[in-house]
Design a protein around this ligand. Structure first.
Ligand code: C2E
Ligand code: CA
Ligand code: CA
Length: 616
C-alpha cells in the first residue's frame, strides 16, 4: 500500500478516536454543568427558605451547613457534589459577590437571632442575595452554552476533516483502481497485438471489429484486405530482417492512419486487414494509397530504389446484400483483392456486383467440381508452339477446359484457383495427363502424326512425394515414348523451395520427362537459379510482350534472358505473342519457339488433329 494511503488511514483513525473522546467529554461536561446550574439554583432557593424559617422563628442550622458546603465546593474546594469550577471571569466575579453576600447574610441571621437587629435588613439582604444568585445562575448557564458551542464547533470541524480525509482516500483509491484497470486494459491490448507490427492479431481484430460494427450502426464501415505482391522476393533477396523491418514500418503506418473506432490487423505474413469509417468511398482509396505510397517510399529509400506494389480489396459493408459477420466481409474484401491483376495500375478494388457474381461462380464451381471430374466434363485443347527456325508447329501445350452441363466452355483461370484452394488440382492435372496420353496412344496406334505435348503441373503437386511415380505410371500405362511428354510448372513453385524443386526435377528428368519453367518473369525471376536446375525449356511470360510496359526495356531484358539461358543449354519459348513484329524480333534475338495467337489459338482436339493430319 502506498505511504500516503497508510498515513491518511492512520490520520482518519486518530481523528475518529479524538472525535470519540471529545464526544464523551462533551456529554460528561454537559452533565457537570447541568449539575452546577442546578446547585447554584439550590443555593438561591434554599437561602430564601432559610430566611423565611428564621423570620417565622424556626432557625435551621443544618440548612446553613448544607449551603456552606455547596458554596465551598462552588468556590473550588473539593466536595461531595462533584461540581465543576468554571474558569470564567464573569461567573467567578458573581460567585465571589454571592459568597460575600452569604457571609453577610449569615451575620444578619446571627444578629436577628440575638435580637440586636430587626428583620428589615435581613429581608432586604435576602432580596439582594436572590438577585445575585439569579445572576450567578445565568452566568453559569451562559458559560455552559458557550462551552457546549465550542465543543460542537470542534466536533463539526473534526467531522468535516474526517469527511475530507474520507473523500480524499476514496478519490485516490478510485483513481488508483482506474489506473490499474487502464494498465490492465493496456496489457490485455498488448497481448492481442502482433509483436512485429503492433496491429491486432486476426482473432482479436475480428472480435473488436464485430463489436464496433454492432455498436455503431450510425457509421459507414468498410473492411480492407491488403497484400504486398511478391513479398517472398524481399525476404529471399534482401533477407528476413529487412522483410521484417518493412512489415513493422507498414504496421506503424497503418496504426498512425487510424481514427477513432477504426482498427488494423495482420492476417499472416504480409496480409493486413483494416476496419475503416468513411463518408465517401473515395476517401478509402485515398487514405490507403497514401499509406502504400509511404511504404513504397521507405522501401526505395532503404534498398537501392527497390520497391514492391501492394494490392487492396475493399468491402463496404453497405454493399453486401446478405447479412454477414466480420468473417464474411473479410472474405469478400480478400476476394476483391485477388481480382487485382498482376502488373495492373488499379491496385484498389471494391467488392461489387461483378465480384459478387464471381464469388457466386466460385461457390458454384466448388459445388460442381467433384461431380464434374467423375462425369468427365473436362476436355483438353492443344495450343501449338511454333519453331521459329522452321516456322512450323513443333510441339503443343495441353490446356484444360471445362465443358459444363449447359454446354458453356469455362476457361481454366476461373476454376484452376478453386481446384488449388480445395486441394483437388492433382486430380485434375492427372486427368489431363491421362487424357493427353490416351490421345497420343490412339494416334500412335493409328500410325498418325503426333507432336510432343507439354502438360501443366500445379505447384501444389511438388509437395506430394508420390507425384513423380504417379506421372510415370500414367505414361507407362499408355506406353508413351518419354520424348513426347514435357511437364510445365510455374515459376512461383520454382523458387519457393529450391531443394524440393531440384530433387523433383532431377527425379522427373531421371524418369525421362522434359521439364519446362512456365511464366518466367511473372513473379520474380532468378536467372542464376536456372543454372543449377536441369530444366530443358524456359517459357518467357506474355507480360514482356504486352503493349502496356516499356517496350524497349522489355526487349532488352528478353534478349538478355534468351542469351543467358542458351548458355545453360535451355531452349526458350515466348508466350502470348500476338503480332508478327514481335515474331521477327524474337527470331532476331534467337528465341527458339513462339506460342501465341499470332500463329494458333488453343485448338479443340479435333482441330489440332486436322492440323497434324494436314502435315502442319
Ligand atoms: P499458361 O500455362 O501460361 O497457358 C498459356 C495461357 O496463355 C493459355 O490460357 C493460353 O490460351 C494463353 N495464350 C496463349 N497465347 C496467347 C496470346 O497470344 N494472347 C493471349 N492473350 N493469351 C494467349 P488458358 O488456356 O486460359 O490457360 C490459363 C492458365 O490456366 C494456364 O496458363 C495454366 O496456368 C492454367 N492451366 C491450363 N490448363 C491447366 C492444367 O491442365 N493444369 C494446370 N495446373 N493448370 C492449367
Ligand atoms: Ca503452361
Ligand atoms: Ca505460361
Amino acid at each position: 500500500m502506498k505511504r500516503w494511503l497508510k498515513s491518511s488511514l492512520a490520520f482518519l483513525f486518530l481523528s475518529l478516536l479524538l472525535l470519540g473522546g471529545v464526544t464523551v467529554h462533551a456529554i460528561t461536561q454537559a452533565q457537570d454543568y447541568g449539575r452546577l446550574i442546578n446547585y447554584v439554583g439550590i443555593v438561591r432557593g434554599a437561602t430564601q427558605r432559610l430566611v423565611k424559617l428564621e423570620l417565622v422563628g424556626q432557625p435551621n442550622d443544618e440548612l446553613i451547613i448544607y449551603l456552606d458546603s455547596i458554596l465551598d465546593e462552588l468556590n473550588g474546594t473539593a466536595g461531595e457534589f462533584g461540581l465543576p469550577c468554571p474558569n470564567d471571569a464573569n461567573y467567578q466575579e458573581d460567585l465571589h459577590d454571592l459568597t460575600q453576600m452569604w457571609d453577610n447574610l449569615k451575620g444578619h441571621i446571627a444578629a436577628y437571632r440575638e435580637n440586636t437587629e430587626d428583620s428589615a435588613p435581613l429581608v432586604m439582604l435576602s432580596e439582594a442575595y436572590f438577585m445575585q444568585a439569579n445572576n450567578t445562575v445565568f452566568c453559569a448557564e451562559a458559560y455552559t452554552v458557550h462551552q457546549n458551542h465550542m465543543l460542537l464547533l470542534f466536533c463539526l470541524v473534526m467531522l468535516a476533516v474526517m469527511l475530507l480525509t474520507w473523500a480524499f482516500i476514496f478519490w485516490a483509491a478510485s483513481r488508483k483502481i482506474l489506473r490499474l484497470e487502464d494498465t490492465n486494459q493496456k496489457l490485455n491490448d498488448l497481448t492481442q497485438r502482433d509483436p512485429l507490427t503492433g496491429v491486432y492479431q486476426i482473432k482479436a481484430f475480428k472480435e473488436q471489429a464485430q463489436r464496433l460494427i454492432n455498436s455503431h450502426p450510425e457509421y459507414k464501415f468498410a473492411v480492407l484486405h491488403t497484400d504486398f505482391s511478391d513479398f517472398k522476393y524481399i525476404n529471399d533477396v534482401f533477407g528476413y530482417d529487412y522483410g521484417d523491418s518493412i512489415l513493422s514500418h507498414y504496421g506503424a503506418l497503418l496504426r498512425d492512419g487510424l481514427s477513432k473506432h477504426e482498427l488494423a490487423g495482420r492476417v499472416s505474413a504480409d496480409n493486413f486487414v483494416l476496419l475503416l469509417r468513411y463518408e465517401d468511398r473515395k476517401e478509402l482509396v485515398l487514405r490507403q494509397r497514401s499509406t502504400d505510397e509511404k511504404i513504397t517510399e521507405f522501401m526505395s529509400r532503404s534498398h537501392d530504389r527497390q520497391s514492391l506494389t501492394t494490392c487492396c480489396g475493399i468491402c463496404c459493408i453497405e454493399d453486401v446484400i446478405e447479412s454477414l459477420e466480420i468473417g464474411g466481409y473479410l472474405d469478400r474484401a480478400n476476394f476483391a483483392r485477388k481480382t487485382v491483376k498482376t502488373g495492373s495500375r488499379q491496385n484498389y478494388v471494391f467488392y461489387d456486383d461483378s465480384i459478387r457474381h464471381r464469388l457466386w461462380e466460385q461457390k458454384s464451381i466448388e459445388r460442381r467440381m467433384y461431380d464434374a471430374l467423375d462425369r468427365r466434363e473436362f476436355t483438353v485443347y492443344y495450343q501449338p508452339k511454333v519453331k521459329l527456325e522452321t516456322g512450323r508447329a513443333a510441339s503443343a501445350e495441353a490446356l484444360v477446359r471445362w465443358r459444363s452441363d449447359d454446354g458453356a466452355i469455362i476457361p481454366p483461370d476461373r476454376f484452376i484457383p478453386v481446384f488449388e484452394q480445395k486441394l483437388m488440382i492433382d486430380r485434375l492435372d492427372r486427368y489431363v495427363m491421362d487424357d493427353v496420353c490416351r490421345w497420343l496412344r490412339s494416334r500412335l496406334d493409328a500410325k498418325l502424326p503426333v507432336l510432343p505435348v507439354s502438360v501443366n503441373v500445379s505447384r501444389l503437386q511438388f509437395y506430394d512425394v508420390g507425384f513423380v511415380d504417379r506421372y510415370v505410371e500414367i505414361r507407362d500405362k499408355y506406353h508413351i515414348p518419354p520424348e513426347l511428354l514435357e511437364l510445365e510448372f510455374t515459376e512461383s513453385i520454382a523458387f519457393e523451395n529450391t531443394e524440393v524443386l531440384l530433387s523433383t526435377i532431377q527425379a522427373l528428368k531421371a524418369a525421362g520427362f522434359a521439364c519446362a519453367i512456365d511464366d518466367f518473369g511473372k513473379g520474380y525471376s532468378s536467372l542464376s537459379l536456372l543454372k543449377q536446375l536441369p530444366v530443358d525449356v524456359l517459357k518467357i511470360d506474355s507480360l514482356f510482350f504486352t503493349d502496356s510496359g516499356d517496350c524497349k526495356r522489355d526487349n532488352v531484358i528478353v534478349a538478355g534472358i534468351i542469351d543467358m539461358v542458351h548458355k545453360f543449354g535451355i531452349r526458350t519459348v515466348a508466350e502470348g505473342i500476338e503480332h508478327p513484329d514481335q515474331v521477327n524480333y524474337l527470331k532476331q534475338i534467337g528465341c527458339d519457339y513462339v506460342q501465341g495467337y499470332v500463329f494458333y489459338r488453343p485448338l479443340p482436339q479435333a482441330d489440332f488433329e486436322k492440323l497434324l493430319d494436314s502435315g502442319n
